[in-house]
Ligand binder design. Sequence first.
Ligand SMILES: Cc1ncc(COP(=O)(O)O)c(C=O)c1O
Ligand SMILES: N[C@@H](CCCC[NH3+])C(=O)O
Length: 408
Amino acid sequence: MDSNFTIQNLTPKSLVQEFGSPLYVYDEEIIKRQCQTITTALKNSFDQGAKVLYACKANTNPNVLKIMKSNGVHGIDAVSPNEVEVALQAGFLNNQITFTANYMTKEEIDYAIQKGVILNVGEIDTLKKLIAHKAEVIIRLNLDVGIGHHNHVNTGGNDSKFGINLMWKEQLSEIQKQGVKIIGLHQHMGSKIMKKDHDSYLLGIEKLFQAATQELELPYLKYIDIGGGFGVKYQDYEETSDLNLLFSEIKKLYDKYFINVKPMLFIEPGRYLIAESGYLLCTVQAINTNKSRTFVGTDSGMHHLIRPALYESYHEIINSEEKQVESRLVTVCGNICESGDLLGVDRNLKVEVNDVLVIQNGGAYGFSMSSNYNLRERPAEILVRDSKPYIIRKRETLDYLLANVVIL
Ligand SMILES: Cc1ncc(COP(=O)(O)O)c(C=O)c1O
Ligand SMILES: N[C@@H](CCCC[NH3+])C(=O)O
């Protein structure tokens, strides 16, 4: 559906005129809405017994983390030392940050211990390195249940590099005897859990609770972290989870298994909190027709939004303005020298050169997965707050791109 589209009353054309194209734009009201929906739903089932940690890999702009903090998000799930730094700078405390890096280096381990963040470790070899520190850790389990919109984001099961399988039970108990304190269990089954995935998701949760209460000896258990993955709608036919219902089902399982010890439950949503707030605006430069397809070529592409190329993900694309031309079947593409640089295949659009297109659901894994391929700059990022646009990251420049180059 093409229509005059606005972000808090601002038209994409006016934003592009002021800040240039392409452009990432985030609507603060939508971030707030998502924070409130998920924190309230969790509280409805768990009261004070559960916390939301934002998986900031979805979007690491520090302003985004600050908005989360002001809207009920308790902590951050960070996967690199730099993400930890950004979380600390945004005002989160060290004990509100989990550090879920995989295959950590010695430097990363030393860093996490020195900062006092909560280590989340997914390999036996890494745990062994922590014996010398007598560290307190959450351990990431892989209980053979994986979910996700694509194999690349399915993090459970034998084909996944993530997590410790329960066949290593004996080693886990040995490592505890040597001084590592397991203070929590973690599992993240994958990304973009929708209503249709609930049965497998709840099966995975039950396996985690069983591991905590029946399979492993965990005298220091304080946290049970069920990961992130909560989906949003990218296409009309998709059905998202009713979070109130889902969390109440999880609470029933929690009450069934945790009778004496009551660990704090963590969830780590990324996409849910930020995807829908973000739009990638781009401008049509040329329309090119060959024998089978019409390509609408824009000034953005896979370097700014890699999800369609990497996972064949669907992002709704609309024309920012109502057009008086015929609708046609087109493929929206970028300007990168790759044939896979397609943003939307076979879309019905009313479109002409110079139109500004709006690519939706760009807030999560958009900018944060972008690159400088073809030596192109990343776009600026704009936050719309109280109907006013603010630059929250400047567009890159050639000097910025070459800053670390050493010319011989
Ligand atoms: C350990 C962990 N937690 C949380 C997330 C956040 O996932 P999502 O953005 O799907 O909520 C991810 C990414 O998939 C992850 O790997
Ligand atoms: N990057 C993925 C989701 C998160 C994967 C991280 N475990 C996506 O864009 O869907």
